[in-house]
Write a protein that binds this ligand. Structure first.
Ligand code: NAI
Length: 486
């Protein structure tokens, strides 16, 4: 381990760092240079067992605490995350390659927001009272599920650990979290900080590894729920594995979301929206609006302004605060994106800018805008998960709604227009878990976030996430003499 703020071992179990070099070595690469910055080891079956076992032992006492006491610990952890934002952001940049300009505002800070939000709500978890007539009544108790597994993607390692951990812990559960094998470091820091804030040992354990470790968590009978952020194919596998033991699931999966720009939109805002919907984190954002439908009367103007803005991207050392565009997180993902660019050209898309690898050490793809894209092209159908915007033109409102919905995904959508009636009419018809009007990709902790159709099940953030980390026990209370047939 070469940097001060780095975690000191591969796993964090029962309140402490744990190493077990018997597990496969996983090289942690700084994507901006291709340099190896750390090594972690995949969890062996013994480590997996230890993590689940310690979580199971700690959970009942945690659940028995008053919610305000659980919440106080989460809020303290939020403060520590904010205090250490600089060091944590640097580590996140080294792990993911995302520019420090982004990690300073969207990773530990977003995690802190979730911890603060759910810390506040923890004291307000309550059931319902249901009057039944004749003096009888029922009430409900939202009960924690027990041990929950969290499995993360590579793009927002700190945020994903907190978005899953905060509501799980607030509701009285324990969590075993497995980060993506390509970005393993920051979830360990989240565990360290939670325990420093007073979380009793065992309640947030982090173990490393790739698919097989995630699969072991998804099938273990001691695990009551799996919350996954990942691709649709992985989601299908994890959902199926969880079904065998009837586990609860939350699935935050991929997308191919539409962003619709009407002819009355404030065009510079729409261009900003399209940039935020495609190039943040070099396009490695699940909710990205990668199918940008622009009204035919403004598409020329839109492309001209967009091209001028993309030319201003500062591509360079991600640790330099001036840089606002970084590399892909992995070499494999860079190759996937470059393959998509070849296919797009072959299918007739016009490259307005970018369209190639940037020749420097590490895994860089230039911010790319494709025009003259049609609905049938692969770049308009498949999730690319890279800095590739496809621009399509449209004529009528009904037509663009039908085209926007013609996808198996349903994660997000956006609309730019100054006509408020149209904005609400259109989003009401878009099959997407989250829609933005005259904005894009903002996900505050108090707002539910998640997907429809193949993009997922359940919601993260807001009160909805607490519902997904609890189950209701109903109690009927009789207050009258008991009647019976005989
Ligand atoms: N909806 C959302 O909130 C978000 C969705 N994503 C989606 O995530 C994907 C990119 O992330 P990746 O890390 O490539 O996804 P991935 O699906 O390859 O991996 C996700 C996680 O699942 C684990 N995994 C793989 N196979 C497994 C198995 N059989 N059982 C259990 N766990 C398994 C991986 O080790 C990793 O931790 C994209 O499709 C993206 O859209 C990314 C961020 C947010």
């Amino acid at each position: 381990m070469t940097h001060d703020a780095q975690p000191t071992a591969s796993h964090f179990i029962d309140g402490q760092y744990v190493e077990d070099t018997a597990g496969d070595a996983i090289a942690v690469i700084y994507p901006a240079t291709g340099e190896q910055i750390a090594t972690v080891h995949a969890a062996t079956p013994a480590i997996i067992d230890r993590a689940i076992d310690s979580a199971a032992r700690a959970q009942a006492d945690w659940a028995a605490l008053p919610g305000v006491e659980r919440g106080r610990i989460l809020r303290r952890a939020a403060d520590i995350l904010r205090d250490r934002n600089d060091a944590l952001s640097r580590l996140e940049t080294l792990d993911t390659g995302k520019p420090i300009q982004e990690t300073l505002v969207a990773d530990a800070t977003s995690g802190a927001d979730a911890l603060e939000y759910f810390g506040g709500l923890a004291g307000d978890i309550s059931g319902r009272h249901i009057p039944l007539g004749g003096g009888d009544f029922a009430y409900t108790i939202p009960r924690p599920l027990g041990v929950c597994a969290g499995i993360g993607a590579w793009n927002y390692p700190t945020q994903i650990a907190c978005w899953k951990g905060a509501p799980a812990l607030a509701a009285g559960n324990a969590m075993v979290f497995k980060p993506s094998e390509t970005t393993p470091l920051c979830a360990l820091k989240v565990a360290e900080i939670l325990h420093e804030a007073g979380l009793p040992p065992g309640l947030f354990n982090v173990i490393q590894g790739a698919g097989p470790v995630g699969a072991a968590l998804s099938t273990d009978p001691r695990v009551a729920k799996v919350s996954l952020t990942g691709s649709v194919p992985t989601g299908r596998k994890v959902y199926a594995a969880a079904a065998a033991s009837m586990k609860h699931v939350t699935m935050e999966l991929g997308g191919k979301s539409p962003l619709v720009i009407f002819d009355d939109a404030t065009l510079d805002d729409a261009v900003s929206g399209a940039i935020n919907a495609n190039f943040y984190s070099s396009g490695q954002v699940c909710s990205n609006g990668t199918r940008v439908f622009v009204h035919e009367s403004v598409v020329g103007d839109f492309l001209e302004r967009l091209q001028a803005r993309v030319a201003k991207a500062v591509i360079g050392d991600p640790l330099d605060p001036a840089t606002n565009f970084g590399p892909m997180t992995t070499e494999a993902q860079m190759q996937i994106v470059l393959g998509h660019l070849d296919t797009a050209r072959a299918e007739g898309a016009r490259v307005v800018c970018g369209g190639h690898r940037i020749e420097r050490a590490g895994y860089w793809v230039a911010p790319t805008v494709l025009a003259d894209v049609t609905d049938a092209m692969t770049c308009a159908r498949d999730e690319i998960f890279g800095p590739v915007m496809s621009v399509l033109s449209f004529t009528g409102e009904d037509d663009v709604i039908a085209r926007a919905n013609d996808t198996a995904f349903g994660l997000s959508a956006g609309v730019f227009t100054r006509d408020i009636a149209r904005a609400h009419r259109v989003v009401a018809q878009l099959k997407a878990g989250t829609a933005w009007i005259n904005e894009y990709n903002l996900t505050p902790a108090g707002m539910p976030f998640g997907g429809s159709k193949a993009s997922g099940i359940g919601r993260e953030n807001a009160r909805e996430a607490l519902d997904h980390f609890t189950e209701v026990q109903t109690v009927y209370v009789g207050t009258n003499p008991v009647e019976a047939a005989f």
